[in-house]
Design a protein around this ligand. Structure first.
Ligand code: DOR
Ligand code: ZN
Length: 345
C-alpha cells in the first residue's frame, strides 16, 4: 500500500507551551490533527475554568490562518481543587478532562496532588459530570526505581481508585510498560490508555547505548524492548481502549543538552508519519484510523472528525532542529528518514 485515506486524527495528549514557543510548536499539530487535548502544566498551571478559557483564546489567536484545529482544554488538579471548580469547568463545554499529576512526578508538576486519597469529592463530581480523569501514572517515592514507578502506581493507587469510583472515566496517559497495557485490558469499562509514538518506537537502549541521548528522555521514561513490543501490540490490535496521545513536549535545545536535561520529546512534526510507519511494520495499516481518529473521540463522547486526510508513502528527512521562540528545538527522529507523509491538500 502506498497511500491511505483516514479521518483526520486527534491527539489526546499535547503540550503546547505558551507565547512565542507555542506559536512555533502549534502549526505542526494544527496541520494534521483536528483536535488535541491540551495539557495544563504551564507555569503557573491551568487550574480553573477562567485560566483554561484564557489559554484557549491564546491558542486560537496563534493558529495559522484558516486552520480548523480545535484545542480541547484540561484542568490541572491540585490539593485545593474544589467540586465547584470541576462543575463549572464541565458545564462550560470547553474543559473536557482533568489531569492528575502526583506532585513532583514530572515537568511543572510541583503543585500537583500530594494526597490522592483526599481527592474523593473531586472524583465523585467528575464521575457525576462524566469528566474523564487523565492520570500521570507514576509514584514519586525516592525508594522506588524509576523504571518501576508506573507499575507500582498502578498496583497501589490506580487499581484501587478505578474500583472505588466505578463511574469515573480514567485514562492512563502515555502507557510505558507491559504492566500498564495488561492493566487496561483487564480493567472495567471506562478505563483506557493513550499511547505515544515515542513509547512505540524507543526502548531504554535508545537513551543509554552509544552515548547518552537526552532528546530521547521523557517521563515516563521509555522502558525495555519487551515493554515496547507490548505497547506496539496494544496500539495496533484494534482494541478501542487504546488511542493516540503524542505527549509531544518541546523543550529548547539549551534545556535538553545540559546537565539535568528536561524530560520531554517533541514529536508533533513527525508523530502521524511515524505512527503510520509502525502500523505498516506491524501489518496493521487497516487499524491506523481506529487508533488515530476514532477510538479516542469515542471514549470522550465526541463525533469523529468529518474531514479526511491522505497519508502517502514518501521518504522525507526530518530537520535537525526547528525554531522555538528565540531558541531551537530538536524534533523526534531529527536527521533521520520517515517513510510516510501527509499529502498536502
Ligand atoms: O516527558 C514529559 N514531558 N513528560 C511529562 O509528563 C511532561 C512533559 C513536559 O511537559 O515537558
Ligand atoms: Zn505529558
Amino acid at each position: 500500500m502506498t497511500q491511505i485515506t483516514i479521518r483526520r486524527p486527534d491527539d489526546f495528549h499535547l503540550h503546547l507551551r505558551d507565547g512565542a514557543r507555542m506559536r512555533d510548536a502549534l502549526g505542526f499539530s494544527a496541520r494534521v490533527f483536528g483536535r488535541a487535548m491540551i495539557m495544563p502544566n504551564l507555569r503557573p498551571p491551568v487550574t480553573r475554568l477562567g485560566e483554561a478559557l484564557e489559554y484557549r483564546k491564546r491558542i486560537l489567536e496563534a493558529l495559522p490562518e484558516a486552520s480548523n484545529f480545535a484545542p480541547l482544554m484540561s484542568l490541572y488538579l491540585r490539593d485545593e481543587t474544589s467540586v465547584e471548580d470541576i462543575r463549572e469547568a464541565s458545564e462550560s463545554g470547553v474543559v473536557m478532562a482533568a489531569k492528575l499529576y502526583p506532585a513532583g512526578a514530572t515537568t511543572n508538576s510541583s503543585s500537583g496532588v500530594t494526597e490522592i486519597g483526599k481527592m474523593g469529592p473531586v472524583f465523585e463530581e467528575m464521575s457525576e459530570c462524566r469528566m474523564p480523569l487523565m492520570v500521570h501514572a507514576e509514584v514519586t517515592d525516592q525508594e522506588v526505581d524509576i523504571f518501576e514507578r508506573e507499575r507500582v502506581f498502578i498496583e497501589t493507587i490506580l487499581a484501587p481508585l478505578v474500583e472505588e469510583y466505578p463511574a469515573l472515566k480514567v485514562v492512563l496517559e502515555h502507557a510505558s510498560t507491559a504492566d500498564a497495557i495488561a492493566f487496561v485490558r483487564q480493567a472495567r469499562p471506562g478505563v483506557a490508555a493513550t499511547i505515544t509514538i515515542h513509547h512505540m518506537l524507543l526502548s531504554r537502549n535508545d537513551i543509554l547505548v552509544g552515548g547518552l541521548k537526552p532528546h530521547h528522555y521523557c517521563l515516563p521514561v521509555v522502558k525495555t524492548e519487551r515493554d515496547r513490543r507490548a505497547i506496539v501490540e496494544a496500539a495496533t490490535s484494534g482494541d478501542t481502549r487504546f488511542f493516540a496521545g503524542t505527549d509531544s513536549a518541546p523543550h529548547p535545545r539549551s534545556a535538553k543538552e545540559c546537565s539535568g536535561a528536561a524530560a520531554g520529546i517533541f514529536s508533533a512534526p513527525v508523530a502521524v508519519p511515524l505512527y503510520a510507519q509502525l502500523f505498516e511494520q506491524a501489518g496493521a495499516l487497516d487499524r491506523l484510523e481506529a487508533f488515530l481518529s476514532l477510538n479516542g473521540a469515542a471514549f470522550y463522547g465526541l463525533p469523529p472528525n468529518e474531514e479526511m486526510i491522505v497519508l502517502e508513502k514518501f521518504p522525507l528527512e526530518v530537520p535537525v532542529d526547528l525554531p522555538f521562540g528565540d531558541e531551537r528545538v530538536v524534533p523526534l527522529w531529527a536527521g533521520r528518514e520517515v517513510q510516510w507523509r501527509l499529502r498536502a491538500i
